[in-house]
Design a protein around this ligand. Structure first.
Ligand SMILES: Cc1cc2nc3c(=O)[nH]c(=O)nc-3n(C[C@H](O)[C@H](O)[C@H](O)COP(=O)(O)OP(=O)(O)OC[C@H]3O[C@@H](n4cnc5c(N)ncnc54)[C@H](O)[C@@H]3O)c2cc1C
Length: 340
């Protein structure tokens, strides 16, 4: 990732926060510079962490887009070979409507979309409560259940017949990420757009990337916030020096752990699911702690909506909510430990 590119993203962060520039521009920018070409997980994770350090909204859009590319590469079908170039060069955005699928895989929820067999494939019905990067030209990946109970991973266009993209409404942050619900009414999905019928194997294959790249979102914003906090430790603020040092140490340690795990995954070795969940949960907490410290140290200026401290604080408030939520992560970890 070039310094110039990061400077451009940093320079636009305020306008993105004000919803004057859609976060999608980050996907276009990175795509034009071959930023979505196949590379190691370590490089992808570093790149996303650097982007999250300058703008979490842009990083979140890029995370979702990268996940769709990951799903498609994992499926590697004729349809994928047709559609993938437009995602890799950033001209079409990817929408990951996968929270219910990951919740189902964890035993914490169910896939609500239905896939009814039709003449040439399936008809999808139901609602996805949330998804980001919504656009008519998007490629959406999600999961649906057939009447026989089969769980399918499917892809469809944002402009396919029967798709209604929700209208984004005011959020605490991330307003430029085009996030809302999707309603599906008899959306045709030809057989060729079924990415996988082996639900468990597919989720197991993509889960490490999913969690590692979410960890990048968390650690990027945490790194930037704690760096900014550390510049304000004079006078009265000295009383928070130990707190800042503790979070700084935690963030540095977590970045190191993330990089070690990426290297292991890049070697095609298996990393225990518990280790990935622990890293993701610790990174989420570090993001919340770092931004909370920064906003305290910034004082009144941190409460002004257009300050970087306020932007990071509001954007990071999404992290405990992002699926798997903090609650789900704690629940999954407790269950995994009970199962031994
Ligand atoms: C701005 C924004 C963008 C988003 N973008 C995307 C996206 O691109 N893709 C995507 O897939 N999702 C997206 N989401 C959804 C997000 O990832 C979460 O899935 C969503 O916020 C719901 O979280 P939840 O699982 O806690 O479920 P909710 O249904 O909202 O949970 C409500 C409450 O019930 C609790 N709860 C959850 N499950 C259970 C259970 N089984 N039993 C008992 N209690 C339970 C939760 O802890 C919470 O307290 C987005 C959300 C937002 C706000």
């Amino acid at each position: 990732m070039t310094t110039a590119l990061l400077e451009t993203i940093a320079g636009n962060a305020k306008a993105v926060d004000n919803n004057e520039i859609p976060a999608r521009y980050g996907i276009e920018l990175l795509g034009a510079r071959e930023g979505f070409r196949r590379t190691t997980l370590l490089e992808t994770a570093r790149q996303l962490r650097e982007i999250a350090a300058v703008d979490l909204s842009v990083a979140f859009g890029i995370w979702a887009h990268t996940m769709v590319i990951t799903y498609l590469r994992t499926a590697d079908t004729d349809y994928v070979r047709y559609v993938l170039p437009a995602l890799e060069n950033g001209t079409r955005p990817g929408v990951t409507g996968m929270a219910p699928a990951f919740k189902e895989a964890a035993g914490a929820g169910t896939i609500d979309l239905t896939a009814t067999p039709g003449e040439d494939g399936y008809l999808l019905n139901g609602t996805l409560a949330w998804a980001s990067n919504l656009a008519e030209d998007a490629v959406v990946v999600t999961a649906a259940r057939t009447p026989a109970g089969e769980r399918l991973l499917v892809a469809f266009d944002g402009c396919a017949p029967g798709v209604t993209l929700g209208t984004p409404f005011a959020l605490l942050g991330l307003n430029a990420t085009s996030s809302a619900g999707i309603t599906l009414e008899n959306v045709p999905v030809p057989h060729g757009q079924v990415l996988s019928r082996d639900f468990d194997a597919f989720i197991s294959a993509v889960r490490p990337t999913f969690l590692i790249l979410q960890t990048s979102e968390c650690l990027g914003v945490a790194d930037a916030a704690i760096d900014a906090a550390a510049t304000r430790l004079t006078g009265l603020n000295e009383v928070l020096a130990e707190d800042v040092a503790e979070v700084r140490e935690r963030v540095t340690h977590l970045i190191h752990t993330q990089e070690l795990i990426c290297a292991v995954l890049d070697d095609d070795a298996v990393v225990d699911r518990v280790k990935l969940l622990e890293l993701r949960l610790a990174a989420a907490r570090a993001a919340v702690d770092a931004t909370a410290l920064e906003v305290r140290l910034a004082g009144g200026a941190g409460y002004a909506q257009n300050s970087p401290a306020s932007r990071r604080f509001r954007e990071a408030a999404f992290i405990p909510v992002q699926s798997p939520s903090e609650t789900q992560l704690k629940w999954e970890l407790r269950r995994a430990k009970q199962e031994g």
